[in-house]
Structures are given as structure tokens and as C-alpha cells.
Design a binder for this molecule. Sequence first.
Ligand code: C2O
Ligand code: CU
Ligand code: CU
Length: 479
Amino acid sequence: MGGTVAGGLFVAQRAVANGTSATVPAAGRSAHQHAGLVPARAGVAPLTVAPFQVRMPIPPIAAPVRQSTICDEYEVEVRRAQVEVVPGLTTDVLSYGGGLVGPTIRGRTGHPVKVTFRNSLDVPTNVHLHGGHVAAADDGHPMDLIQPGAVRVYHYPNSQRGTTLWYHDHAHGLEAEHVYYGLHGFYLIDDPAEQQLRLPTGNYDVPIMLKDVKLDDTGALVFDNPDERTTVLANGKPTPFFPVSARKYRFRLLNASNEGVYTLSIDKGKLWQIGTDGGLLPAPVARPAVTFGSAERVDVVIDFTGLPSGSSVVLRDANKGPVLRFDVGWTAPDTSRVPARLRALPMLPQATVERDVRMRFDLTGDPVGLINDKAYDPNRVDFTIKRGSTEIWTIHNDDTEFGILHTFHMHLAQFRVLSRTGAPMTPDDAGDKDTVVVPAGTSVRVQATFDGYLGRYAYHCHFLEHSSIGMMAQMEIVP
Ligand code: C2O
Ligand code: CU
Ligand code: CU
């Protein structure tokens, strides 16, 4: 986004953080006054961190507290924690289980998972499984909160294809700040139907959460101007290195930045995209670069075979520069493959309804995010949808004047991108998606089937500073 507008929104966010904005509904305002991690340090210059000083960790895999033939059960505490992001400095974060990246929950298709989240914060929170096909009561509706001291059990049926999901806070008006400070983790679904593909597994299947932040010279996270978030964290460490063997790896890349787009490429070796938000693509696609906005996932295989021990491969973003360096060690046995065919996409039923979704800001006073000319109201239903129906939505980004980028995300359903106007379709649009980038002045047509559940689900811009100030709406699925 351009400097002027970023500045304007930044002012809006400060107003929100100080509880003075007239545009933020009361629940968000009062809770913000307790958040406490924010205002004092706002306005300082970002810290510059030397790259490749620390090793990229792999987020811990959550251990089930109970397992049965019916479901696997997990417990996660939502709490404040102190972590080391920059060597030698301490960073206060909001955390799932104590780390800046929460524990990875690994489910499998057809086998339900129950997660009990305990809120040990002094502010309300909730949990949304992004990309999950779940009942409305388990979706983390922005008003369906876990109060301080309370616990909440979320049921995840895993009745969907194998893929890379993530869980994050979705508390009304607070999501931008809460996610920024660390309320995010991976949720992977393994699919028995994909086992015979022999993609890299185990130690060679690595989730990587990318997120850009602004740190000050004490190592504190600063929540202010998005344009100053110049440090890219990979699994919570700034531009780290990651030792690899000279063989194939599967990397599940997640853009967990509050706002922004990565265009990533490697400087040697081969990269195939094998999957996206909702699961595998029909076939691998060799790609010179992948582009993905906030909340999108890109599942890739990188082949380090044949690279000499001691060499390295840099993963670089087109704008922010290096984000991660793979340091190649010895060859390791590799029986994994990148098969010519992966998995056919589900059939697209005939659409019976067409709708338009128009996203823009009202910048005449304090900035307010609008969808179809209205700021989010959790008590208003914007679209009423018959369960089982298939619809085509055309998402428009009407913020042409200042060229503000938006992304579009829909809860409950994975969609298919049909076409774009004003911007070409790219391989980044392929497959089952739940989030897409919508550049200013362009539109994207998507098709989705709303099946399985009834109730209210959100759709919104996934630049969380935008959704937090109103760029969100809701649909109600009815019988
Ligand atoms: Cu990533 Cu409404 O969510
Ligand atoms: Cu979501
Ligand atoms: Cu937006």
C-alpha cells in the first residue's frame, strides 16, 4: 500500500489501540484498553537484524492428551510468554503454549480432533481454524469469545482433504493485534488417500510460517506502521538458516503477516508447487516464483539433490530480500517423489446464485473498512445462503484512488478462482482456495459450494488491520 494511506490507517490503528476510535465497536474498544503490550513503544525506528545468525526452529508437534478411535484430544493454553526472537534479547508475546509459533496440531482426514483452549490472558480471545470445514459453533465467530480464565473446546471433524491449515485469534476488533503478537499456529491434515503419492514426509515435511514484524532495539514487537515491519520471521526467527540434506523436502509455506504479499524464489535448485490453501493441486507445477498474500498457503517441494555439501540456497522475497537460507549438508536417502499427477480437484457443481462483494475504505474521517458500503456489524447478516447451494461471488477491490491492496477470505468453504478482470490469472490462483489477493481496481470471480453446516460465518479482507476496523461481513447458511 502507498505511504500516505498506510499513514492514515496507521493513525486509525493507534486510535483503535488507544480506545478513542469512534469506528470500532465497543467490545473491541474496551478490550483494547487492557491489551497493554502496545502503545508506549509505538513510533520508534525498526531494529535492523543481521541475517542468517540463528537456526530456523520447527514448531513443536502438539502431543494429544487423549487418543481414541473416536477422536484425538489436545489442550493448549493461551498465555503471555517471553521468547528469544533476536539473539540475546527478550520479546514479550501472546502465545499458544509458550512459543511465538503455537504447537502444530496434526490431524488426519476422517478422524476428528478436539482442542481445549484455556484463556490465561487478561483479555478475551477465541480461536478460528483458518480453512477448516467446521460447525459454526466451532468456527471462532468474532463475538463468540473465550473470556479470561475460561476454557473452550473446539471440535474439528477433519472431514476435508489433506492440507495445511492454521489456527489464529479472531476476537472482534482485536484480531490484528492478537495475531501480530503471536496467536497463530499450524494445523495440518494428513490424508490417507494421499499416502501412496510418496511426497516427502517426516523430517522432510516442514511447515514454515513467515511473518513480518517491527522490532525495537530492545527486541520488543512494535504494533504500529505496517510499512515499517521490515523484519521477516521464519517460524519466529529473523531471516534464519536451516540445515538440509541434499534431497527433496516438502515445505508448507504460510503467509502469517498481518498484511502483505510475498513473492518468493530460490537462487538454485528446483521448486515445484504441489498444493495451496485447500489441498493438493492436480499436478505439480515447476515455478520460478510463488506469490501469496496474508493467510494464503503454498505447499512446495524443493529438490536439493546434487548440490554440494557446504553450498546454500537462499529463499528470497522480491521486496523484502532474503527470508531464509537453506544450508546443504550431506546426501540422505530419498525415496520420495514429485509424481506427475497429484490429486484431481473436486467437481464444481452448477452455480445458481451470483453475488458481488465490494471492498473499500471510507477515508473521510477515521478510516473504516467497508464491504458493500457497510462496516462489519456482528448482529447483521449480509448474505443468506441456502445450505448445499453453489454460488459465484465477484470480489471487487474499489480502492483505486490510493491503490490499496486487499485480500479476500471466506470461512467454511474452499472456493475456485474462475477469472479475474484488471489483473491476469496466474498459477497462484489454481486449486482449492480460501484466500485470494485482490489488487486495487481489479475483481476476481470465485465459485464455492456451501455445504455441511448451518449458521453464521465471516468473510473479510485478511489484512487484519483492515478487518479489525470493519472490512468484514457475515453470511448465514440456512436450511
Ligand atoms: Cu484467517 Cu476469518 O480468518
Ligand atoms: Cu478463516
Ligand atoms: Cu484490506
